[in-house]
Design a protein around this ligand. Structure first.
Ligand code: ADP
Ligand code: ZN
Length: 733
């Protein structure tokens, strides 16, 4: 893949952003008047429409010479660099995503080829508004949310859900200023030579190592590990400073929800100007500006959510992935990719360093460090006072809970004590909605699947137990299949919503907040809720893993883990890891608040090695225990997995096709891979479409992607059935 120039009329291969042209997505056209070159952004005819594309190289010649249509025009945008084209191709191969869909991720800015021009933008004047209707207030709120960013009339009316008249009225009243602004200005220069904090102790050595990596030409990945407050951000900002000094660009990725005004202000404090930001709250106008400036070199540092990885950097010299263990790096819709892994891929192609920062690295990263693929730098806690909370197991076999309750008396008393002192308690349950497990309260036996190493999940409507891995079902037993006692079988491990009911009944005076990603319409709403909670807006927080994202809740001193056994039996590969990460992160918070934290783990298996490692608070011991379990089960990071999701409005159709795939498993068997399913997908119905999943397991060295491609190509997909492949799936429930 190199850069070529094509004379007018020559046959060129173009990848468009439309899902045609097969997997590689190449369509042949004639080079336009004046010619074109590899990487050029072009507009090409596709049927009756004109669509965006990129010249990828020579045409493959499959299209009839006489019917070739010319490229309409070459857009006035920086050509896509070879590095980015290569990255998109490899990422497409890895995730088994058609290239056009991948290209779409890299062109998420409108009007890429429009000529520079001015447009009318709006900002707040200093004047105090006189008469504030709700509509006017919304406009003002939207502008405040966007900070100093340029906002057009269309963006403003849409975000505030008002008509243009409201905005014009505010201008007339002197509350807003309307002005002509040039499009796409460069971002203010950052000054890497402003003094940072004076680093101390192992921070110095860590910063030196990262600075050395930035100044050396070449790829490397380094885990920067340290508890919350140990100075990881200060240290990697030194590496960013060095990168800027060398005249190269830097990218800092954060989970969307950690991308707060506080963080941006901190970066601004370090470099004297605001970096470019890229996340779901950025206006379309700003998106376009950022995209162009990144390509032209007018943006030195981008702080962004996962999709910032697909920006057309001119000269990228460093990628930082902060909170690298965070599950939000995995995109679960559309193109299924993990931004952490893709960051490593892009850096390897570019020849630049990656820094993975975390207090609680993922097991994948830990295994890569162990295998010598990644370097590791440790920061000891020096600037936070973070210390582990006291951790205890609650042996649920002794608690004699009735079948419809999940909070033990021991936990409930602890909650009462804490909230009685004006402190907060968090009840953690990594299960959205309603998803119980069936267990015998006499002996602790959990009903498992006869065919897989998974627990069976009760489905309310089916009135049956279902295995989410292979789809097997059975009636809900009345008599325990293990100890024979009758009438003690019960559903435990409710979803957070069901847990909230119990909390409301049990603590009628308490203010309760439920934090679950599916309960919030937008990242902004979620961030607002988190700020409100941190300021004391709730007594009891009920949450899924989204609470474990490094937020600081100063009043939080008690964590109750409702079902610490989740994940010990393979129904969710990463549940134990998440529980452990949560313990560590909550520990960081409790320590900061200068109140001794307490963590209580409800478990039916207090002697399980993973539970014991969590309680012992010994990270290396936990990792070793968890790694041993995963190695024995042959699952990631010691084996490979892929999920195949089929969806259709027709439930019989998805199961039929899933069954056909499961039977025609020749291409998979040839590489020694196994297929499980079809089973109802983690979310079995979305927007009226039924979803089933097949799970493929293979050995670590297996050439999984080509086998998967060959396997799914055997079946013909009906028009309304969609198939998507999820390499390295993250969610299992
Ligand atoms: P982490 O990213 O590991 O959570 P931070 O880099 O955010 O840690 O550091 C936590 C706090 O401690 C920040 O307010 C930071 O400015 C401060 N801090 C860290 N290192 C130093 C230092 N060497 N001197 C002064 N303040 C520091
Ligand atoms: Zn099963």
């Amino acid at each position: 893949m190199s850069d070529e120039v094509f004379a007018a009329g020559a046959r060129v291969g173009v990848v468009t952003t439309e899902p045609v042209g097969g997997f590689a997505g190449l369509l042949d056209y004639r080079a336009p008047e004046g010619g074109c070159g590899t990487g050029d952004f072009v507009e090409v005819p596709l049927g009756p429409r004109r669509v965006l594309g990129v010249v990828w190289g020579q045409g493959d010649g499959r299209f009839d010479e006489a019917r070739l249509r010319p490229v309409n025009r070459v857009l006035d945008a920086e050509p896509m660099r070879e590095e980015l084209r290569l990255f998109l191709s490899r990422a497409a191969d890895y995730t088994l995503t058609p290239l056009p869909q991948m290209l779409r991720l890299a062109t998420r800015a409108p009007g890429l080829g429009d000529a520079p021009a001015t447009r009318r933008i709006y900002r707040l004047a200093d004047a105090e508004p006189a008469r504030l209707t709700d509509a006017r207030l919304r406009v003002i709120d939207v502008l405040r949310d966007f900070g100093g960013a340029a906002v057009t009339l269309g963006e403003l009316t849409q975000a505030a859900a008002v008509g243009g008249g409201v905005v014009k009225g505010l201008v007339a009243a002197g509350v807003l200023i309307e002005e002509e602004a040039p499009r796409d200005l460069p971002y203010p220069r950052l000054n890497p030579d402003l003094p940072g904090v004076a680093l101390a102790g192992d921070q110095i050595a860590a910063a030196d190592a990262l600075i050395a990596a930035v100044s050396t030409d070449g790829y490397s990945t380094t885990l920067l590990k340290g508890v919350t407050g140990s100075g990881k951000t200060e240290v990697y900002l030194e590496a960013v400073a060095e990168c800027l000094r060398l005249g190269r660009q830097a990218l800092v990725l954060l989970p969307e929800i950690a991308l707060t005004a506080d963080f941006l202000a901190r970066v601004e404090g370090r470099f004297g100007a605001r970096p470019a930001e890229w996340h779901s709250g950025v206006t379309v106008t700003e998106r376009r500006r950022l995209w162009k400036m990144v390509a032209e070199g007018g943006a030195q540092l981008v702080v962004g959510a996962r999709s910032a990885l697909f920006l057309p950097f001119r000269n990228l010299g460093l990628i930082v992935v902060d909170e690298e263990h965070d599950t939000s790096y995995k995109q679960e819709e559309g193109v299924l990719y993990n931004a952490r892994d893709m960051a490593v891929l892009r850096a390897a192609i570019l020849g630049c360093p990656v820094v993975l920062a975390s207090a609680t690295p993922s097991l994948e990263t830990w295994a890569n460090v162990e295998a010598g693929k990644y370097a590791r730098l440790d920061l000891t806690s020096r600037f936070g006072t973070a210390e582990l909370p006291e951790m205890r197991a609650i042996d649920m076999r002794a608690e004699k809970l009735p079948g419809d309750r999940w909070i033990s008396d021991t936990l409930a008393h602890a909650v009462e004590a804490r909230i009685g002192q004006g402190e907060q308690a968090l009840l953690f349950l990594n299960r959205r909605g309603y998803a119980p497990v069936t267990i015998c309260r006499a002996c602790g036996h959990q009903v498992g699947c006869d065919h897989c190493d998974a627990r069976m999940v009760e489905h309310r409507f089916l009135k049956r137990l279902v295995c989410h891995q292979c789809g097997a079902t059975k009636p809900i037993p009345v008599v325990c299949p293990s100890c024979g006692v009758e009438g003690r079988m019960a559903a435990v491990g409710p979803g957070v919503e069901r847990l909230a009911e119990e909390v409301t009944a049990r603590f009628p005076q308490a203010r309760i907040a439920v934090l679950s990603s599916d309960l919030f319409g937008s990242a902004r709403a979620l961030k607002e809720q988190i700020v409100a909670i941190a300021e004391g807006g709730a007594d009891i927080i009920i949450g899924t893993q989204i609470v474990a994202k490094g937020h600081n809740f100063p009043l939080l001193t008690l964590v109750g883990v409702i079902d610490a056994d989740l994940g010990l039996q393979g129904s969710d590969l990463r549940a134990a890891e998440r529980t452990f990460q949560l313990m560590r992160q909550v520990a960081g918070r409790a320590g900061r608040a200068e109140r001794k934290g307490l963590a209580l783990l409800q478990t039916y298996q207090p002697e399980h090695p993973v539970i014991r490692a969590i309680l012992g608070g010994d990270e290396e011991a936990f990792w070793r225990a968890e790694a041993a379990e995963r190695r024995a089960a042959g699952v990631p990071p010691y084996g490979r997995m892929a999920g195949i999701i089929l969806s259709s409005p027709d439930v019989a159709q998805v199961f039929d096709l899933g069954g056909e795939l499961a039977r025609r498993d020749g291409p998979l068997r040839r590489i020694g891979a196994q297929v499980f399913g079809p089973a109802p997908a983690p979310i079995a119905r979305v927007r009226g479409r039924h979803r089933v999943r097949l799970l493929v397991k293979a050995a670590k060295g297996a050439a999984l992607q080509p086998a998967l491609a060959e396997w799914v190509a055997q079946v013909k997909l009906p028009a309304n059935l969609r198939l998507s492949i999820d390499i390295d799936p993250q969610s299992f429930l």
